[in-house]
Ligand binder design. Structure first.
Ligand SMILES: [Zn+2]
Length: 421
């Protein structure tokens, strides 16, 4: 396997990643292009869009200026903070996937209190979550299709229903991580991007018609149908990403949200050293991410170290040590998912067999899967020092105070943490 000579990404990182002649990945090259961007001009452009679309919403009789899709996490806090600072009244919308942590519910509530906003929340039925999660595991090795389909559909339906044309998303994560788009692309939300990436190519009808489908019924996928072109055009719905208009700095923003607005982080985690992201959902850093490791040989620690290396907070060698410590760890929340779906661990693992990348996985003489390569074998590859970034700051682990009621470690889970509402 080829690995980036600057960060920790392998050549099979998703979505598409490219390496240049120096062995540096497209995500690293995108990141280093940021200082050349005129962020003041972009911020002015952002304010003009807000002004124009707020007027459109108000002309439709809305008391809201725009929609912000939220989970209650650090990015949600930051998006709402920016918009309230500019004097606008957002309608917050949240798709409830059902796998909430106590901390996630606490942070969502905190956000409403801190910013004094209205929230519209759609909760999927437990049975729909169960059958969709099982179907997508067997078909594409993903247990969270309903999360992404809900998160990417419910805000658009809300925009149509309430006649509020502008939707403000947070970071377009794929741009940042693998450099699939660059800053000048000014990527906006589209149905195609939603279907191809977030929903693994599956619209609801594709699931109903699929030969693997034995359990999913029309009522299970009904909430995930995208509005018609006519409905979208009648309101003029447009979705933009805040990360296109500011120089996105996850840690700096999160620190402000902790210190100023009481955002709560985890206290410790099983599968990464970073404590401030993906807190609302018991599987995001666990089983969902572990599936990525089982398929492609890397996980959340690779993602987290890559961002920290690019910001000059961590050396590639320190990153590799973190990857070796965390990426392979079996998540304990897998037990909760197995209990929920009635599958055994052997059945779960067998679903992924045909999806394991042969460039990274092989079976040993006993029929056990083992990795053929890892970044730990590429610490001293030629050319690494030629592309090394200077260390700019020390790595500060963002850890809020442990708050009563929700401050349990994320990897200590019981069924009571599996909260629907
Ligand atoms: Zn890289």
């Amino acid at each position: 396997m080829e690995y980036c000579k600057r960060c920790c990404y392998p050549a099979n990182a998703k979505p598409t990643i490219l390496f240049d002649e120096q062995g540096v990945c497209s995500g690293c090259r995108l990141h280093e292009s940021r200082p050349a961007v005129d962020w003041d001009a972009k911020w002015k452009q952002f304010q003009e869009i807000l002004k124009e679309y707020s007027a459109k919403a108000r002309a439709n009789g809305s008391t809201y200026d725009l929609i912000i899709p939220v989970s209650g996490g650090k990015d949600s806090h930051y998006q709402v903070h920016c918009i309230k600072e500019l004097g606008y009244n957002p309608l917050l919308v949240c798709y409830n996937h059902g796998f909430n942590t106590k901390r996630g519910i606490r942070n969502l509530t905190n956000m409403l209190k801190q910013f004094n906003c209205d929230l519209l929340r759609f909760t999927t039925s437990p049975e729909a979550a169960r059958v969709l999660s099982k179907f997508m595991l067997k078909t594409v090795g993903d247990i969270t299709w309903h999360y992404h389909a809900g998160i990417m559909t419910f805000p658009i339906k809300s925009a149509v229903m309430y006649k509020i044309p502008l939707i403000l998303w947070g970071e377009h994560g794929r741009s940042d991580r693998t450099g699939m788009y660059n800053q000048s692309d000014m990527l906006e939300f589209s149905k195609k991007d939603r279907q191809e990436h977030s929903m693994r190519g599956f619209e609801p009808d594709d699931i109903l018609r699929h030969p693997n489908n034995t359990e999913v019924k029309p009522e299970h996928v009904n909430p995930f149908y995208y509005p018609s072109d006519k409905e979208i055009e009648s309101v003029g719905v447009r979705g933009i990403y805040l990360s296109n208009y500011i120089s996105w700095n996850d840690r700096k923003q999160t620190k402000e949200m902790i210190e100023t607005f009481g955002f709560e982080t985890a206290q410790s985690r099983e599968r990464t050293y970073s404590l401030h992201a993906k807190l609302d959902d018991i599987h995001a850093n666990g089983t969902h991410d572990f599936l990525k490791y089982l398929k492609f040989g890397y996980g959340r620690a690779t993602d987290d170290t890559t961002i920290d290396i690019r910001h000059g907070r961590m050396t590639r060698e320190e990153g590799i040590a973190m990857v070796a410590k965390y990426d392979h760890v079996r998540p304990s929340d897998l037990d909760i998912w197995l209990k929920f779906t009635g599958m055994t661990e052997q059945e779960f693992l067998a679903c992924v067999d045909h999806l394991r990348d042969p460039l990274i996985w092989e079976k040993d003489a006993n029929g056990q899967w083992k990795t053929k390569d890892s970044i730990a074998n590429h610490i001293h590859d030629a050319g690494i020092d030629d592309v090394r970034l200077p260390r700019k700051e020390s790595l500060e682990i963002l850890r809020s105070a442990a708050l009563p009621g929700s401050s349990r470690d994320d990897h200590i889970l019981e069924d009571t943490n599996y909260i629907w509402l």
